[in-house]
Design a protein around this ligand. Structure first.
Ligand code: HEC
Length: 173
């Protein structure tokens, strides 16, 4: 009887452990293109901010991103398509090497995720317009792999008045 009880206790302990470990599993760590995008997204040096401002913006009504706050920055290549007010030029097509990072904030102080657009025509993960789509959590977990070529992003980003997919100008005029 005692032994039977002991066996049952051990089995229950094992099941609870397995369940706990599984429910704690993080999203997959970034590798390949995702890792490359993550490393590029983390540094803010050399970027120009949308409307030249580092302030957090409330997400727009059209946002496909769950986080309540955001701010967007452009690397020096992409910034060649910004006007003096830090808005994207009308009719712009971004040059090769452009990197646009939208920082998505869970609250006013905690960065939760990077939404990334990187123009790299030669990449195996680039879509028909040469853009690679990244969606990576601040801790490096992959929310959506670049190998999916933005399949959940492109239709919304192709809506009327996008500029080479960009929507910041439309929603933050
Ligand atoms: C339902 C619509 C929708 C979907 C789906 C969507 N987005 Fe967005 N995205 C927006 C809107 C609207 C903005 C403008 C800022 C805001 O309000 O979030 C934006 C802004 C961005 C920006 C900043 C550059 C700019 O001007 O557009 C990036 C980068 C971005 N999204 C990446 C992504 C990625 C990567 C995905 C897919 C994983 C995605 N988006 C899916 C609507 C969407």
């Amino acid at each position: 009887m005692r032994n039977k009880l002991k066996t049952i206790t051990v089995i229950i302990f094992c099941l609870v452990s397995i369940w706990t470990i599984n429910s704690c599993k993080k999203e997959k760590e970034a590798t390949g293109t995702d890792k490359e995008l993550y490393e590029m997204a983390k540094s803010t040096s050399g970027f120009t901010w949308f409307k030249n401002s580092t302030s957090l913006l409330n997400k727009s009504s059209g946002s496909g991103h769950p986080q309540p706050f955001l701010r967007t920055r452009y690397n020096s290549v992409a910034a060649s398509k910004l006007d003096s007010n830090g808005k994207v030029m009308t009719g712009a097509t971004f040059p090769e090497g452009s990197l646009i990072i939208k920082e998505l904030y869970d609250n006013s102080t905690t960065l939760g995720r990077y939404a990334i657009l990187y123009k790299k025509t030669g990449s195996a993960d680039a879509d028909a317009k040469g853009w690679v789509w990244g969606y990576i959590n601040a801790d490096g977990g992959v929310a959506e792999a670049a190998s999916k070529k933005g399949s959940s992003c492109t239709s919304c980003h192709s809506q009327a008045n996008n500029i080479d997919y960009m929507l910041m100008n439309k929603y933050f005029p």
